[in-house]
Structure formats: C-alpha cells, structure tokens
Write a new protein. Sequence first.
Length: 260
Amino acid sequence: MVSSHPSFMMESIRAASLAFLVYEICITLEQEINYIWMQVILSFSPRKREYPNRVFSRPHTCWRKWHYLFARYFALLALVINRTFDRLGLMHKEILPPPFDNWFSCQVIIAGSLIMSLELMLMVRVYALYGRPNWIACTFAAFLVCEVSLAITGLFNDQKFSTPKMQQGATERGPNSFVYFGIAAMLSQSTVLLLTVIKYNSFKAKIYPFSPYPKLVLQEESIGFSVMISVTVWTLLSAITDRFVPIIDSWFLAIVSCAL
C-alpha cells in the first residue's frame, strides 16, 4: 500500500524532478558530447589538425561550455544530495541533525547559483547586442551583486538557519531567504527582457526584413525569461506561503538546468 503521509508525497515529487533531469540529460547526451565535451577537450589538444572540418573555440572562449557543464551537473549533484537527505530525514522519525537543517537553509545558495548562471547567459547576449557598452556591463554587474548580497542577508536572517534542531518533514517549509533573493532576481530578469525588447524594436525596421536574427534573439530571450520568471515567482510564493515547497530544492534546479 502506498503511504499517504505528506512527507512521502513530498519525497515522491522531489524524486520525480531528479528523474526528469536524468531523462533530459540522457536524451541530449549525444549533442552534449559532440558540441560541448569534444570542443572543450580538443580546444586544449594539439591534435586539432586531425579534425580539419571542425571549428574550434579558443581555450579562453570556452567559458560558455564550462558554464553549460556547471549548470547541468551542479544541479544534478545538488538533486542527488537533496534526495539522499530526504531518505535520511524519513529514517529520523522525529528530529534531523543540525547539519541537515543548515543544508536545507542554504538551498538559496544552490538555487541562486543556477538562476544567476542562466541570467548571466542572457545578460551576455544583451551586452553583445548593445555593442558591449560599459553602462550595460556595470548595470548587470550591479544586479548580480545585489542578488548575491540579498541572498546572503536573507540566509543569515532566516530563523531556521540558526535553529539547532529540525523536525522531520521540516523541508515541507521553505527558507525565508528565498524571498530576499527572489525579489532581486525578478527585478534583474525584467530589466534583461526590457533591454532585449528595446533593442529588438530598433533592429526591426533596419535589418529584420533581411534577417530573422533579431526575431530569433527575442524569442530565445523571451523563452529564457519565461522560464526564469515562472520558477522565481513560484519559489517566491512557496517561501512566503509554505506551499508547493518541492519547487525550491528540486523542480527549481531541474527546470533551470534544462533551460540552459
């Protein structure tokens, strides 16, 4: 008989997010090997002459590939650790040891790292669209610093972070630090989309009749923004209302990882 206990339901939903990410990695593994792993490995290899038809990135421009690998496998590692702690939590019927309490309170750092990696990718595109001006770089850097600062502030203001004990099933409540980070992230994401739309409108009359590139950029930015804002709002509401909490330490990571 399947348990109807809320903790079991929470664990099942979180396990589904891990299965979803593993499935997505499996179906895209061939493309990942061809376009990511081979490029990274051979960019540093003296044997590039054996592949005359392949275009290689220079070693110092491989950051986008490392960025992809970080977002994909950092999320996978975090999900595996979270699911391991879920199992340990079910074994401790009453109280979880303090390290587990601190780990779940620090989920904002894990989730924040992933969402900021997606934001960084979109910011770089907008930065290039505007011709790499300093004011764009400073604006985006300020947003990222603000997100990090608010996440750290929320982390240390979170009452659960300083609580030495944690009741079994406490992960059914989300850390309040997500509220601080979520507000800053939504402001940053909205600015990125706004700048994209402005540049798209300026390009539209000039080169759109001759090239589909501006429309493609806007579509990709819109999709990325939709993913970011959806999971950010869901996480923010979850932290405020303590409902739909599995999005915080499971589906949030899986969705953002797949969006990259």
